[in-house]
Design a protein. Structure first.
Length: 639
């Protein structure tokens, strides 16, 4: 948890800034509780009740709640690394909706929806990236040279065949066909839709590599189709005999489905070599242009709904296609859920676009910037690479401001902590890494600054954060003071049971002992003799191990009527015919109890009552330990 995290010991920033507008309604152990916090929790509690809780009664309950929180702080629970980490995570998650510029997100969704109405004929040349930044720079330079050659008159298709690492399209001169929006990396899509017909784009970088894009004609979107298919596999490098068998098989199947299309799904399940779709009667997910091999796509879009194609050949074999339906380009509302989910992943190019937009927006709001002079010093230090000695190289200017956020300065030392362990031996890549990590550090610091602003200015955010913070403390301290203590305090439980033994009774007699089921009488007699030699605590594990597969053994404490075998043995019930291989049953050390004889007989009830007593004693201790002052005048104003 960073040192700007305001929820905790004092809640003081808000209290000092807003005292006039938000009067104190209660002071617990020197910590002021603003009226807004009390009202928020009181009204929330009232909404969860069948009838509203009287204000005075709730105020007393709230006082106890705050006393327990004070005790948790006194125990240092809020200072543990686990608690700080949990709160920092929740704080970030809670702030996320407030940090998002919904108007900007909507613009990106609308942009995608508008593009999805049109398809662009596209070819490309790609050079795949490597893990080496130095090698990637060479690839970028090579692509610049290829682009220069094309602009000087070289044929794009021939250059694609010669240089492109996209084996799927290079043999076709880089031709991808008509592409649709939301199917390619965002940078690639932007360039394809922005490049005029017949022109070549600038070099485009995607997560996979570097691209040159040449565009052709445009056409309205064909939308998507829903089909099923039956496939007989025969790839184009298969032997003539294999191809002939596949063709004969698909022709035979076609004759059957043409005669009676109602059997299409059943035949697909039985005959199709595409086992993934065969299990669903040949059904495929909805798809659009560019998502299937060209021959399959062309036929699927040419069919009418309900129509079945003749056998067609693709690079994978032969297909019979039945078209079920089609739909046009999706609307913005239809795209929004999927796109918003994509935007949240760093793998989507728009994630960085959104991050940079948010950074610029918050920088303007909080009057923040990167100190370029200090950044230049970092770049100089990185020219020999970044390793474990990098922080030492920066020691001379570690206290200089790297970021200026309002009237606050964030020193280089904080940034160095954020990149501890980072390594980049390549000098040029190291300078690029400094630029990127400083920008990322800047974005994170702006987010923290905005979270602080939200806490001070947004009551919904502040109240939810306070509630989670204090609720977490309440839970942890209750575990320590009451729940775990009651469950683990054997002597305390025993003492409580003996003192309050008369409070625990049964309305019907209970049978207690060890119920044994065995395969025959001789094994039963052997088990009886063995049990007589064993101490009580070891009977169950020893017998289960020694007679594994020959007996089932369990401790029982059941009321009359709950177990037919026990009823037969101790309460005169009818004999039971076991349903398993264990045909003989008996009880070892059986007895009938009219009331519990030890704490374990009613452990759950005793533990609950003991917890109640511990909590009562704890509350009495809290009331005498921590001072509480209630502003009765303000309390009466609550409605």
């Amino acid at each position: 948890m960073n040192n700007k995290f305001l929820v905790g010991a004092g809640l003081s920033v808000f209290a000092l800034a807003m005292t006039a507008k938000d009067p104190v309604i209660m002071t617990v152990n020197g910590v002021d509780v603003p009226r807004s916090e009390f009202e928020y929790l009181y009204h929330k509690n009232s909404q969860q009740q069948l009838s509203p809780q009287p204000l005075k009664e709730y105020a007393e309950m709230f006082k106890v709640y705050k006393l327990k929180v004070a005790d948790a702080k006194a125990a240092g629970i809020d200072t543990t690394s686990a608690f700080r980490k949990e709160m920092a995570q929740y704080r970030r998650e809670l702030a996320q909706p407030y940090l998002t510029d919904s108007l900007f997100l909507n613009r990106l969704v609308e942009e995608a929806a508008e593009r999805s109405k049109e398809e662009v004929e596209t070819s490309h040349i790609m050079l795949s990236k490597t893990r080496s930044e130095a090698e990637n720079r060479k690839l970028k330079a090579r692509m610049d040279s290829i682009r220069g050659a094309i602009l000087d008159g070289a044929d794009f298709g021939e250059m694609a065949k010669r240089y492109s690492s996209d084996r799927g399209s290079s043999s076709r001169g880089g031709y991808l066909g008509y592409i649709v929006a939301n199917r390619f990396p965002y940078a690639f899509e932007e360039a394809a839709y922005a490049t005029p017909e017949g022109m070549v784009s600038e070099v485009v970088e995607s997560p996979m590599g570097y691209h040159l894009i040449k565009t052709g004609k445009r056409r309205p979107s064909k939308g998507k189709v829903h089909v099923s298919h039956i496939m007989k596999m025969a790839q184009r490098n298969a032997t003539p005999e294999s191809k002939a068998r596949a063709k004969a098989s698909i022709d035979s199947i076609y004759a059957i489905v043409k005669a009676d299309p109602t059997h299409f799904a059943d035949i697909a399940k039985a005959e199709s070599d595409d086992r993934g779709s065969a299990m669903k009667g040949g059904e495929l997910p909805w798809f659009g242009p560019g998502e299937m091999v060209p021959e399959f796509e062309t036929m699927a879009f040419s069919l009418a709904d309900g129509e079945i194609s003749e056998p067609i050949e693709s690079q994978y074999g032969w297909h019979i296609i039945m078209r079920h339906g089609h739909k046009g380009a999706p609307t913005a509302d239809e795209l929004r859920p999927e796109l918003l989910n994509r935007f949240s992943s760093p793998q989507d190019g728009r994630w960085a676009v959104i991050r940079d937009h948010n950074k610029e927006r918050l920088a303007a709001k909080h009057n923040a910037k990167i100190n370029q002079s200090t950044l230049a010093s970092l770049n100089i230090a990185a020219r020999n690479g970044i390793d474990s000695t990098f922080a030492a190289k920066c020691s001379g200017f570690a206290d200089l401001p790297l970021l200026e956020i309002g009237k606050k300065n964030v020193p280089v030392s904080e940034y160095l902590t954020s990149i501890s362990g980072f390594n980049e031996p390549d000098s040029e890549a190291a300078v690029t890494a400094i630029e990127n990590t400083v920008e990322s550090f800047f974005a994170n610091q702006l987010n923290k600054e905005e979270q602080d602003w939200l806490y001070a200015n947004n009551s919904d955010y502040r109240n939810l954060l306070n509630e989670y913070h204090d609720g977490s403390l309440l839970y942890e301290v209750s575990v320590q003071k009451v729940w775990d203590k009651a469950a683990k305090d054997k002597e305390g439980l025993e003492s409580y049971f003996q003192t309050h033994k008369d409070n625990y009774s049964w309305t019907s007699p209970h049978a207690k002992g060890i119920l044994v089921q065995t395969v025959n009488d001789s094994v039963a007699e052997e088990i009886r003799r063995r049990m007589d030699t064993l101490p009580g605590d070891s009977i169950l594990p020893k017998i289960r191990k020694e007679f594994k597969g020959k007996a089932a053994v369990e401790r029982v404490l059941v009321e009359q009527g709950a177990n037919p075998m026990v009823d037969n043995i101790l309460f005169g019930g009818p004999e039971v015919t076991p349903s398993s291989n264990y045909t003989v049953y008996f009880m070892y050390n059986p007895r009938v109890l009219n009331a519990p004889e030890e704490v374990n007989d009613v452990r759950g009830a005793v533990t609950g009552d003991y917890q109640t007593e511990l909590e009562t004693l704890w509350i009495d201790e809290l009331k005498s330990k921590y001072p509480v002052k209630v502003n009765e005048k303000e309390l009466k104003k609550i409605k």
